[in-house]
Design a protein around this ligand. Structure first.
Ligand code: PHE
Length: 381
């Protein structure tokens, strides 16, 4: 049974306010509601908590008493905070019901910690780190999960600060400080690695960059960042200042630092996982315990106009939960006469904790077949 309410940071979130199957403005499934309030990033002996604590230590040592930390901001935020306040264009894909979990037309499960930038500024904060769970509708595979964790960093500079440093260009000053700060962070986490800055785009920063490091033979994206758009500062009481911001995904970094092969493991209570990590020990290499065999089931159907892979994955996740390891499109063709397109997906079922029986998997697959028809408006082949 699902709990009827959870607490985050002193406020109570009730299930009925978050999950309403018959409400077309709501698309939050129970399987996602149950993740709210878990606060994995606040567990000191969990890989996500160990990583978060290491990053906090880096900031505390580099800038004593400068950055304020927030770990318990509730993940249910307004559309305004999540999108408008950070200048996300009205037609941006991230606003769609296909990509984001909506509680109602004006409220979402935050899809990034940038959702807190404006409120933090309005509350008078100028140097802050916000860590929390974020939610995105997405594919099912080893590196994607509908809930993951991000840390947002934000630093405001006044003209006195860049002038004292002999600079007349606040933006250039902030960009330089940002790069220096994050290069130091990357060295703290990964040691002496090769790094590169890649130009990119975010609606809320200009210029915008991604930091990549050369790690285990590959270029790995570590974070996104940039110099905050003036409008955000102006709209939230900090006209005349310049700021930098960054956002990093904790799972992505923890998976490489601790050798964790599957993102679902972060959520397991299996002591063979949890007992391997100790507070303060960044980078302990995870020793895989015996894996149970996967079971593959294929499903083929004629898609309709509205069909999306994210919706299929939501159906699968709703039925199989963490037993669904991967959903891959393995075949696709169009029948020109009928004007219909067929997709075939292969679903990998596997438990990380026990072996699944044939009966159990057949039952899951038969529910998937049924719900795919009723909920996705497709025709099974
Ligand atoms: N919010 C961005 C994301 O989720 C990351 C980011 C944060 C980029 C702050 C720039 C500045 O991808």
């Amino acid at each position: 049974a699902t709990a009827s309410a959870v607490e985050v940071g002193g406020s109570t979130i009730s299930r009925d306010d978050v999950v309403r199957e018959d409400d077309p403005t709501n698309n939050v499934p129970d399987s996602v509601f149950t993740k709210i309030g878990m606060q994995l990033h606040t567990r000191d002996d969990h890989p996500l908590g160990i990583l978060k604590n290491t990053i906090y230590e880096y900031f505390d040592e580099s800038f004593p008493e400068l950055f304020k930390k927030f770990d318990n901001l509730a993940p249910i935020v307004s559309v305004k905070a999540n999108f408008d306040d950070v200048l996300t264009p009205p037609d941006h894909v991230s606003r769609s019901y296909n990509d984001t979990y909506y509680v109602d037309a004006n409220t979402v499960l935050r899809c990034h910690t940038s959702a807190h930038q404006a409120e933090m500024l309005r509350a008078g904060h100028t140097h802050f780190l916000v860590t929390g769970d974020v939610y995105r509708r997405d594919a099912i595979d080893a590196t994607h999960y509908p809930v993951f964790h991000q840390m947002e960093g934000f630093r405001v500079f006044t003209p006195e600060e860049w002038e004292a440093a002999g600079s007349s260009d606040g933006t250039a000053y902030a960009a330089q400080d940002l790069k220096k700060t994050l290069e130091g962070l990357a060295r703290r986490l990964f040691g002496e690695v090769e790094m590169r800055w890649v130009d990119c785009y975010f609606p809320f920063t200009e210029p915008s960059y991604e930091l990549e490091i050369f790690f285990q033979g590959k270029w790995l994206e570590v974070l996104g960042c940039g110099v905050t758009e003036q409008a955000i500062l102006k709209n939230n009481g900090r006209d005349g200042t310049v700021a930098w911001a960054f956002g990093l995904g904790l799972e992505r970094l923890a998976m490489v630092l601790f050798d964790i092969p599957d993102i679902r493991l972060f959520w397991t209570n299996d002591s063979r996982f949890t007992s391997q990590f100790k507070s303060g020990q960044l980078g302990t290499k995870f020793k895989a315990y015996s894996k149970y065999p996967p079971c593959y089931k294929d499903i083929s159907f004629w898609i309709s106009e509205q069909f999306t892979e994210n919706n299929l994955c939501e159906v699968v996740r709703g039925i199989a939960g963490d037993l669904a390891e991967e959903v891959v499109l393995i075949d696709e063709f169009t029948n020109p006469k009928k004007g219909l397109t067929s997709h075939c997906y292969r679903i990998a079922y596997r438990s990380m904790e026990r072996s699944l029986t044939d009966e159990e998997i057949n039952e899951l697959q038969s529910q998937v077949r049924e719900q795919v028809q009723t909920k996705l408006n497709v025709t099974l082949r």
